[in-house]
Design a protein around this ligand. Sequence first.
Ligand code: ATP
Length: 301
Amino acid sequence: MKLEVKTVTKEFKGKIAVKNFSMAMQSGECVGLIGPNGAGKSTLLKMIADIIDPSDGEIVIDGKKIMKMKKEIGYLPQYPNFYQWMSAQETLRFMGELSGLSKDHLTKAIPKILSRVGLSKDADSKVGSFSGGMKQRLGIAQALLHKPSLLLMDEPVSALDPIGRREVLNLINDIKKETTILFSTHLLGDAEEICDRFIIIKNGEKIEDATIMDLLSRNDVKKISVEVASKNEQWIKAVKEFNFVKNVEVLGNKVEIEVENVQLNKKKLLESVLEHHVDLVKFEIKSGSLEDIFLKLVVEK
Ligand SMILES: Nc1ncnc2c1ncn2[C@@H]1O[C@H](COP(=O)(O)OP(=O)(O)OP(=O)(O)O)[C@@H](O)[C@H]1O
């Protein structure tokens, strides 16, 4: 299975929600579509799910128009709409029949899928009594009923409490072993836990498409911060003379040292601290977390 989104734009009455957006995904990948509120994530996922049409560009699976490949796609909307008075089993039967699945198929598939999402014991309980995590797991079951090869999920964990979030993240981690997944979130932490690759969207445009390792190395903050109890001018002078030191910034009792390679240069710097009897408070390697990188990308680009 190969999904290709080719220079897709979506305009709503003069407002561009997704602009000139391209991406591709292969079988077996789990990709996080990350962006702040209003970035265009839901719009993009709805176009891939063939719920709305692009204003321009095209989306294909294995080279064929998405319209003809709907069977390959499972979709969990941001706000799944369940009837509170139906049981889990009735909900899946109702939704399955609405999407054209046969009664026979559903009779066999529903118990399996309920077990897959950990809701076997709750098959006959009313959805109205379900927790947020259980509802979301039922939504995932509905999206998987027809055994799609690509599962699209719109903010599957954003509205959940920590327990529900854990339940759903564990389930997604399990499902990704057998299904290709594209899911949106505004929290990098959620994606970091389950995805191999991130696509960052802002104001409808793609601003990054990278693996965790790419992102970390491309946005590496090569700085060591040394906090001292009292300033030692001689040591600062010595630090400036190291050929691997690119910049030194003194901010009160903190000395921020930009180096060529943190891993290779940290030992020499620490040795110099000891040699000059610097009254050390803190020696810190300032490598940016993914969250810092994400904020930098989303705020600055
Ligand atoms: N049906 C619509 N009519 C008009 N504007 C729309 C419509 N759907 C989305 N938009 C606009 O398009 C932009 C992108 O919205 P979208 O819902 O895709 O963003 P999102 O990244 O999913 O945000 P959120 O996390 O808040 O759901 C927003 O400015 C939104 O107001």
